[in-house]
Ligand binder design. Structure first.
Ligand SMILES: [Zn+2]
Ligand SMILES: [Zn+2]
Length: 395
């Protein structure tokens, strides 16, 4: 483990304003999942100018850029997600979103700016650099589609990546603090629909109908027992129904009702167990009400982010060396999800969180119109990223 030399530190200081300006440019021009054309073009242009080998159009709008150091070494990837969310920003700044209904409300503008700047810094000192660095700019994290497509398009092959790292900025952690956790650190996510089909009729004569609304209500309450009665007490899971659709009027029993929900957990076994039992449970319960239930999951979902032990210990060492021993914050895993998990299922690595909490004490939740980052956290993420990459390439 080597700490950054004064030359690298000077390079970081020199790029600080450019890093913030680039983040603000992405923030001003947010793009939704799989529509990140402008963002991808800027990334590709900048890294092309820095003389990296750039491949575009991976997983539709993704970019992969490869940097060969002059010395032999390992092949290490850095991943950044680049998409924004369908929200209208309420923060008033010259660099606020110029697109109503689209907003960088998760910090991916910062992730992209950090990754571009990191690539430029390493490229500028290629002569001192060992090994091969692969920068993966992934589209569509927010819909859990981008990572799968980037992997299928060969983002981790050719050159074959040995380890992968990346960061997520978080407003839940103060600037200067980082969260680097071994094992499960972010939850899996699966979205499902339960469609209940009955027989419609007059609200005054339910005995002549098969009421899907009553069936849905009972299925909804009962499904929570899958968590409390069928999952081992040491494990955790959350089942949430966020939408119920059905019916038109006070006194008409509809023929159909739909419930839409999500399942989150930290273990593949628990995830498979509940997914299997939910289907059985819903259809058996529906039958008790003379209705039929059909459960469908949207896509393949997103597995839990599970950091690898050795690579996580390594990032913790880098964080202690560069940011001081007080920088490491230990907090329980978060229930949010991220498809970085798919990369970590393919290669060892670590996904860590870097604090960007504003100092005025007002909450700035991710995925909310009032999201706002403290940009002082950006150079800290960049510094830790640089330390991780330099040390991993040369290990
Ligand atoms: Zn997000
Ligand atoms: Zn995110």
């Amino acid at each position: 483990m080597r700490t950054l030399t004064p030359e690298w530190t000077q390079e970081l200081d020199r790029r600080r304003d450019g890093l913030v300006a680039l983040r603000r440019d992405f923030h001003r021009h947010p793009e939704l999942s799989f529509e990140e054309r402008r963002t991808a073009e800027i990334v590709a242009d900048r890294l092309h100018a820095a003389k990296l080998e750039v491949r575009t159009g991976l997983g539709r709008t993704g970019v992969v850029a490869v940097l060969h150091g002059d010395r032999p070494g390992r092949t290490i990837a850095w991943r950044a997600d680049i998409d924004a969310l369908p929200l209208t920003e309420i923060f008033d700044a010259p660099y606020a979103s110029s697109k109503p209904g689209v907003m960088h409300a998760c910090g991916h503008d910062g992730h992209t700016a950090i990754a571009v700047t990191l690539a430029e810094i390493l490229a500028a000192r290629r002569a001192q650099l060992a090994g091969t660095t692969v920068f993966v700019f992934q589209p569509a994290e927010e819909v859990f589609g981008g990572a799968e497509q980037m992997i299928a398009a060969g983002a981790l092959d050719n050159p074959r990546v040995e380890e992968i790292y990346g960061l997520h900025l978080t407003t839940q952690t103060p600037v200067g603090q980082v969260r680097v956790m071994p094992g499960p650190s972010m939850a899996s996510a699966d979205f499902f629909d339960v469609e209940i089909t009955g027989r419609g009729g007059h609200g005054a004569y339910p005995h002549l109908s098969a009421d899907p609304i009553t069936a849905a209500a009972n299925i909804l309450l009962g499904m929570q027992n899958l968590v409390s009665r069928e999952v081992a007490a040491q494990e955790t899971a959350v089942l949430t129904v966020g939408q119920i659709l059905g019916g038109t009027k006070h006194n008409i029993i509809p023929a159909k009702a739909v419930m839409r929900g999500s399942l989150r957990t930290f273990s593949d076994d628990v995830r498979a167990q509940i997914k299997g039992r939910l289907a059985e449970y819903a259809s058996n319960m529906a039958r008790a009400y003379r209705t039929e239930a059909r459960l469908t999951f949207e896509g393949a979902g997103c597995p839990a982010v599970v950091n690898h032990e050795r690579e996580t210990a390594f990032v913790r060492e880098c964080a202690t060396a560069e940011l001081g021993p007080g920088a490491l914050r230990s907090e329980p895993p978060v229930m949010a999800s991220d498809d970085m998990s798919l990369f970590l299922n393919e290669r060892p690595g670590c996904y860590f969180r870097v604090g960007i909490a504003p100092t005025d004490g007002r909450p700035r939740p991710h995925h909310a119109p009032e999201f706002e980052m403290n940009e002082d956290g950006l150079p800290i993420g960049l510094r830790l990223g640089l330390s991780v990459m330099l040390n991993a390439l040369d290990r």
